[in-house]
Write a protein that binds this ligand. Structure first.
Ligand SMILES: C[S@@+](CC[C@H](N)C(=O)[O-])C[C@H]1O[C@@H](n2cnc3c(N)ncnc32)[C@H](O)[C@@H]1O
Length: 339
């Protein structure tokens, strides 16, 4: 038998593995991130979902007229279809700059023209390359990913804050609460690990230990509100941050969270969500325990085993991250102390 025949599948598996490692590394580089982000947001459906999120759009539509003065120059970071730039222009801004690195900017241009919004300048580039002749008064953005940070909101906003926002200028939204909470899912949406399966007597346990061969995103699910049953403790911010003052280097790399369990149930994972403060009245809240339609999914960080808990128990959560801006770098552990 040709000896290379036996080697071929082994080589091919190794090439596949090397390819996966290279892709995983490339995804984390700034260029890899830009390509993925541009690619995702060049799908019109993703913008349709965001435009259909009434709570999201209303929060901006209500806050901007309160914030924008007739002398103001506004910058919309990541304008997408242009919606926030249009709301700023309608709120009476002197002029608006709308920056977008993806091809969807052509949709925004068409809409501005069709709606007679002539004081918006469009810049088709990554915000890091944007240079303006005038300082801006208000930086509006919606760079909030499911886990708040993964669209590199902090890096992108802080870069513009430091280079083009006038001192004392406003960032909308400027402040955030970030939550990591023990959650119970509705039984129909609990997904066991593959090695826990036994289907018609076919035992999957041989696959135990294969988690380490999976890509990083194997470790969480992005779920919709109706899939959640309830929080098992009162949610409280694990982190509060203010984009007016923070620098990316100050983003914590370790979060220690302690929760007192208030109702008996099973912790199926750690739910991740946030509240964004646009001004003193308008907020956007992505908690999965409010059934109002939201385009945000809730990441549920999977646990090694579900935890059965009772009132009075304590749950200690540690979230560690090379950077909160890449969920691929997150690791977490949960300790359960009986009450
Ligand atoms: C979550 S969407 C929001 C779109 C729009 N502002 C809205 O509220 O519907 C984020 C948009 O920002 C764009 N984007 C992300 N990072 C960017 C950057 N650094 N510079 C320019 N555009 C960016 C994406 O292509 C995407 O269209």
């Amino acid at each position: 038998m040709d000896p290379t025949k036996r080697l071929r599948p082994i080589l091919s598996a190794q090439i596949d593995r090397a390819f996966d490692v290279a892709v995983s590394w490339a995804k984390r580089t700034p260029m890899g991130y830009k390509l993925r982000n541009r690619g995702f947001f060049s799908r019109l459906q993703s913008h349709e979902e965001m435009l259909a999120d009434k709570a999201r759009v209303d929060a901006y539509a209500q806050a901007l007229p309160r914030l924008v003065k007739p002398t103001d120059v506004v910058l919309d970071l990541g304008t997408g279809t242009g919606v926030l730039a249009f709301l700023a222009a309608r709120s009476g801004a002197r002029s608006v700059h709308a920056v977008e690195h993806g091809p969807v900017i052509e949709v925004a241009r068409r809409l501005a023209e069709a709606n007679g919004l002539s004081n918006i300048a469009f810049h088709n580039m990554h915000s890091g390359s944007l240079h303006l002749d005038e300082p801006i008064d208000i930086l509006v953005h919606e760079q909030m990913g499911n886990s708040l940070f993964e669209e590199r909101m902090v890096t992108n906003v802080v870069d513009l804050r430091n280079r083009v926002l006038r001192p004392g200028g406003a960032i909308v939204p400027g402040a955030f609460d970030f939550f990591v909470e023990p959650v119970a899912l509705k039984p129909a949406y609990v997904v066991p690990y593959i090695w826990e399966q036994n289907i018609e007597g076919i035992d999957f346990s041989v696959l135990h230990g294969t988690a380490s061969e999976q890509p990083p995103e194997y470790r969480w699910f992005n779920l919709l509100a109706f899939q959640f049953d309830r929080p098992l403790a009162s949610p409280a911010p694990a982190l509060h941050l203010d984009l007016h003052t923070i620098s990316p280097a100050e983003l914590p790399t370790v979060l220690d969270i302690e929760r007192l369990i208030e109702s008996a149930g099973t912790v199926h994972g750690l739910g991740v969500w946030f509240r964004a403060f646009l001004d003193h009245e308008s907020t956007i809240d992505t908690t999965p325990f409010d059934m109002e339609r939201s385009n945000w999914r809730t990441p549920v960080l999977r646990l090694e085993h579900p935890l059965d808990v009772s009132p009075g128990d304590k749950v200690r959560i540690r979230l560690e991250a090379e950077t909160l801006e890449s969920m691929d770098t997150w690791t977490w552990s949960v300790q359960h102390e009986k009450g």
